[in-house]
Design a protein around this ligand. Structure first.
Ligand code: CO
Length: 219
């Protein structure tokens, strides 16, 4: 038996269903893609980008990796960002983390899982940077949840700092960068108060959003 038999069956049913709802669906997608959004999220199987925000194929450009990191020298992520901004001309870039993230928890607890520890050093570095804020006993929310939020904010700021985004803003291209977090518990997105559309506002917004972590309940 083919190991992927059930997936092929699902796929045929999905394609049939898509055409029955919209006979031109695939023909239109073949012509071109013109998504308005770039999603940078975690690779976690419980956080399917399109489904969460109710967007169809063609509407969301997606980059995912463990713990939704934007590393300054990661050519993979930077290439996705550059293509999305310069070629597709997306207007909204969303960095989305999620509570209960295995990558965040492994970094927070110093749990070793092999090679991936090296990747998650980037999260551990965020933890070190905000150690006193994270250890504040009066803070709202668990430490991993707050680290998850701080990590999203750091990565969203990294997006703002790329030459790609800086150049786009310099030529007055409309481009917003957002930091949000998804909850596995209720399926809802929380806004982290980071919405930036220009170079000068990035750091002040970032600092304000960082200050709010652990101060308010995310509902
Ligand atoms: Co995750």
């Amino acid at each position: 038996m083919h190991q992927l038999e059930s997936l092929f069956a699902n796929n045929r049913a999905w394609a049939r269903d898509a055409v029955s709802r919209d006979p031109d669906f695939f023909r239109r997608l073949c012509d071109q893609q013109s998504p308005r959004y770039l999603w940078i999220g975690c690779a976690d199987s419980r956080v399917p980008a399109n489904e969460i925000v109710g967007l169809l194929p063609g509407e969301l450009f997606v980059h995912r990796n463990v713990a939704n990191l934007v590393v300054h020298t990661d050519l993979n992520c930077l290439s996705v960002l550059q293509f999305a901004v310069d070629v597709l001309r997306v207007e909204q870039v969303i960095v989305c983390g999620h509570y209960g993230c295995g990558g965040i928890e492994a970094a927070a607890l110093g749990r070793s899982q092999g090679l991936i520890d090296n990747w998650l050093r980037h999260v551990a570095a965020v933890q070190t940077r905000y150690q006193s804020q994270l250890e504040n006993p009066g803070a709202v929310g668990s430490l991993p949840d707050r680290l998850c939020e701080l990590n999203v904010l750091e990565q969203a700021l990294h997006v703002c700092q790329t030459t790609i985004v800086q150049d786009a803003w310099r030529r007055s291209q409309p481009l917003w960068i957002h930091g949000v977090v998804y909850s596995l518990q209720d399926g809802l997105l929380r806004d982290l108060g980071f919405e930036v559309s220009g170079s000068l506002e990035a750091v002040p917004r970032f600092e304000r959003a960082v200050m709010a972590v652990g101060r308010e309940r995310r509902t």
